[in-house]
Design a protein around this ligand. Structure first.
Ligand SMILES: Nc1nc2c(c(=O)[nH]1)N[C@H]1C(S)=C(S)[C@@H](COP(=O)(O)O)O[C@H]1N2
Ligand SMILES: [Mo]
Length: 322
């Protein structure tokens, strides 16, 4: 995002294929073809339908695929921001291809009654398994997708951790592993990647931990084995490949704010009326629609989730850059 060349706005060569190849079939067919029907084939040994991982997940009827037009799988998994595996959108898929993110342990720490180090599959069991939700995703770079996530509501993890009254924020940290994450051997960001939420935001129904996409385990390039999804905020809040979730009293510093506080805030709520200092946020390019450069659509306040989340920001001046 700091490194801005026209390239960022183009679809990488590798995902530019005829639109017709990505026409979405009715959802059930599509899952049969690319997801569940594969029954674990060619997924690098990860157990798709077995005892681990919690797949298949059930659609949450409040966030159905029928309400939005999901972006094709090839785009969701081929056009990524994951600087640990390179700064180019097409790089993470290739560079993270051989990465082995399992077994994986998540640490719950800080101002909580139940500090723990827990295997990701046990965590999924303890929060009651997976559900599927289709959410909009809006990157601060003014492009968007619609993604069918599998995962669980973040509030369930918060309940498991059982925060003390002093806990006001949640701080989430990505794995630090320069040996296996080539991007961490460069200084493109301050490693490890860190993000945070206010505790009331973390407990909002929409805040989600994703462990899958389109009904199968989340690909490495999208943040395996678990990443944050906060659909009313800019995509950079969605920290990937999380190893630590800490409950703290003070607002944590987040990576992009640390990089450039004049351009990236902590709240980072999607707001078409507040431009980025270097570009407009009024509209967005829809990845995978309307040819190589994407059709444009107007950006919605809180990315379309205004009714659900506006109450969180009463008294907050939304014109200010946070
Ligand atoms: N650890 C880590 N998390 C990250 C990033 C990153 O570079 N590293 N990029 C963020 C940005 S800017 C966006 S838009 C989303 C992209 O998620 P996607 O590639 O799954 O669409 O991940 C976010 N999470
Ligand atoms: Mo982003």
């Amino acid at each position: 995002m700091l490194i801005r060349t026209p390239k960022d706005w183009e679809l990488p060569e590798s995902v530019v294929t005829p639109e017709s190849a990505y026409e979405l079939r009715p959802r059930r067919d599509f899952l049969k073809t690319i997801g569940l029907g594969l029954a674990g084939a060619a997924l690098g040994g990860r157990d798709l339908l077995g005892a681990t991982g919690g797949f298949p997940s059930k659609e949450n009827p409040d966030y159905p695929a029928s309400a939005l037009k999901p972006t094709a799988y090839e785009y969701i998994t081929g056009y990524n921001n994951f600087y640990e595996f390179g700064t180019d959108k097409a790089e993470p898929r290739v560079a993270a291809g051989k990465w082995q993110p399992e077994p994986w342990t998540v640490e719950l720490a800080g101002l909580i009654r139940n500090p723990a180090k827990i295997d990701v599959n046990d965590l999924i069991k303890q929060v009651g398994g997976l559900e599927q939700r289709v959410y909009r995703m809006r990157c601060v770079e003014a492009w968007s997708m619609v993604i069918p996530w599998d995962g669980f509501q973040l509030s369930k993890l918060v309940a498991l951790a059982d925060p003390l009254p002093e806990a006001k924020f949640v701080k989430l940290t990505t794995l630090l592993d320069p040996k296996n994450m080539p991007g961490q051997r460069q200084r493109s960001l301050d490693w490890p990647y860190v993000e945070g939420l206010r505790l009331d935001e973390a407990n909002h129904e929409l805040a989600f931990i994703a462990t899958g996409i389109y009904g199968k385990p989340i690909p490495n390039q999208n943040g395996a084995p678990l990443r944050l999804v906060v659909p009313w905020k800019y995509g950079f809040k969605g920290v990937k490949s999380i190893v630590k979730i800490e409950f703290v009293a003070k607002q944590p510093m987040n990576t992009w704010r640390q990089m450039q506080a004049s351009e990236y805030g902590f709240l980072a709520n999607v707001n078409p009326n507040v431009d980025h200092p270097r570009w407009s946020q009024a509209s967005e390019r829809i990845i995978g629609a309307g040819g190589a450069f994407g059709a444009r659509q107007k950006t919605l306040m809180f990315n379309g989730y205004e009714k659900q989340v506006a109450a969180l920001y009463q008294g907050v001046d939304l014109r200010k850059f946070y």
